[in-house]
Design a protein around this ligand. Structure first.
Ligand SMILES: *Cc1c(COP(=O)(O)O)cnc(C)c1O
Length: 419
């Protein structure tokens, strides 16, 4: 099995078939030119070196063609979002018809709820995880209020049990069993941002659908990290951002998934704009609204090409490597990280992320007893970039695209001395 030595970590890097990818990213450095040990790809992924050239191409074509770039650019802007669809669909395990890149994550969640949160007087409640990402919580609370319900009464939290950190699927089952007649929607984070727990979304879909609830998944921490097989899971909808594990730049556009079973339902309530109107007649400008089938039918506006160029640069890398190879390395890399942490001789440390690789992505959330934010500060002073969550958790994501086994080794060595 693993060994806790630098030699061994370097050996793993030598054997790693994806090790060459690191050189294709800009790795931030300290003022002396040493690489940071960057473990916050779960917050903002690093920049692929080829991103600049992809964006430059669109700047050049804008300079050269002006408005004609919509048709004349090397990558015509009119169908530009279509260039992203196939690779994005593969990453989340969907059919191309089911996926589109547009807007930002919270905006997409709202647009999806416009269609899929259709409460009645008696069936109106929404289930979220008790430690859902704040934006998701605010979004569902505001949807409840928008439909005239009390946000507190309408929100059901799926909580970890007393003295536990992780969610148990049986507890969700119980909630839906007992209160399903009042529940309209389950909106669950596929990979929890805080604990790193990867939930069985297929099971969640079955639980929700058994009581006629719509099931939506937030994949912000899942896309590019785990393989969620969205189509086969049967969930109704999903959304995710592209600036975390998908390395597409700060605030970049988001992904949206609507299951094929809803693709041709023109009766679904939805907001409209010219970009979800039939492409054939869009520019006649005077036709009555005729919605595009599939996920594209949720677009509103013509999209920002410069941001899409950055997404395209990154997705081309994912296309080349494939999620399978990335996942294989990820399990090994995070497994090594976990092993090294468990070697530290202290009772102050506890990993709250599940130990089963099938129930997590690359992130480990490490709880350090009696620690405060000064630990995070000291890590940063040592070039180790992690994410601190009050009161005492370090979130740390070794990303298989650009982190090495040596990164992980050096991180744990420093953590040891700081403790
Ligand atoms: C990162 C993240 C967000 C951020 O939402 P934006 O609309 O992109 O600002 C929302 N939800 C979850 C679960 C996240 O992890």
């Amino acid at each position: 099995m693993y060994k806790p030595t630098l030699d061994y970590a370097q050996q793993l890097d030598k054997e790693d078939k994806l090790a060459h990818l690191r050189a294709q990213f800009h790795i931030p450095k300290d003022k002396d030119g040493n690489d940071w040990l960057y473990f916050t790809g779960n917050s903002l992924g690093l920049q692929p070196k080829q991103t600049q050239q992809y964006i430059q191409q669109e700047l050049d074509d804008w300079a050269k063609y002006g408005v004609e770039g919509h048709f004349e650019a090397r990558n015509p802007w009119m169908p530009y979002h279509e260039f992203l669809t196939n690779s994005m669909a593969k990453i989340v395990g969907a059919k191309p018809l089911e996926v589109v890149v547009m807007n930002t994550l919270t905006t997409n969640l709202h647009l999806l709820m416009v269609s899929f949160y259709q409460p009645t007087k008696t069936k109106y409640k929404i289930v979220i995880e008790s430690d859902a990402f704040p934006s998701d919580r605010y979004a569902v609370q505001s949807q409840l209020k928008f439909h005239g319900f009390d946000a507190e009464d309408g929100l059901i939290e799926w909580k970890p049990r007393e003295r536990e950190e992780l969610l148990r699927i049986e507890d969700l089952e119980k909630i839906v069993d007992e209160q399903g007649d009042e529940i309209a929607l389950l909106l669950i984070g596929g990979v929890n941002y805080y604990t790193g727990q990867y939930l069985d979304i297929k099971r969640i879909a079955e639980i929700g659908h058994a009581k006629n609830c719509i099931v939506g998944i937030d994949l912000a921490h899942g896309a590019g990290n785990i393989s969620p097989e969205l189509h086969d899971s049967g969930v109704d909808f999903a959304a995710w951002c592209t600036y975390k594990y998908l390395n597409s730049g700060p605030g970049s556009l988001a992904g949206l998934f609507v299951h094929e079973k809803h693709a041709h339902n023109k009766e679904l309530p939805r907001f409209a704009g010219w970009w979800n109107h039939n492409k054939e007649t869009r520019f006649n400008m005077r036709q009555p609204f005729d919605v595009i089938p599939g996920a594209e039918g949720w677009q509103l506006s013509n999209p920002p090409i410069l941001s899409m160029a950055a997404i395209r640069a990154s997705l081309d890398m994912f296309e080349e490597v494939g999620m399978e190879a990335l996942r294989a390395k990820s399990e090994k890399l995070t497994g090594y990280f976990e092993y090294l942490i468990n070697q530290i001789d202290t009772d102050r440390i506890k990993i709250i992320t599940p130990s089963n690789p099938k129930e997590r992505g690359c992130q480990l959330s490490i709880q350090v007893k009696n620690a405060d934010k000064s630990l995070h500060k000291k890590l940063t002073e040592n070039n180790i970039i992690t994410d601190w969550r009050e009161p005492d958790v370090i979130r740390c994501a070794p990303v298989p695209m650009y982190n090495s086994f040596e990164d992980v080794y050096r991180m744990v060595e420093t953590l040891k001395t700081l403790l």
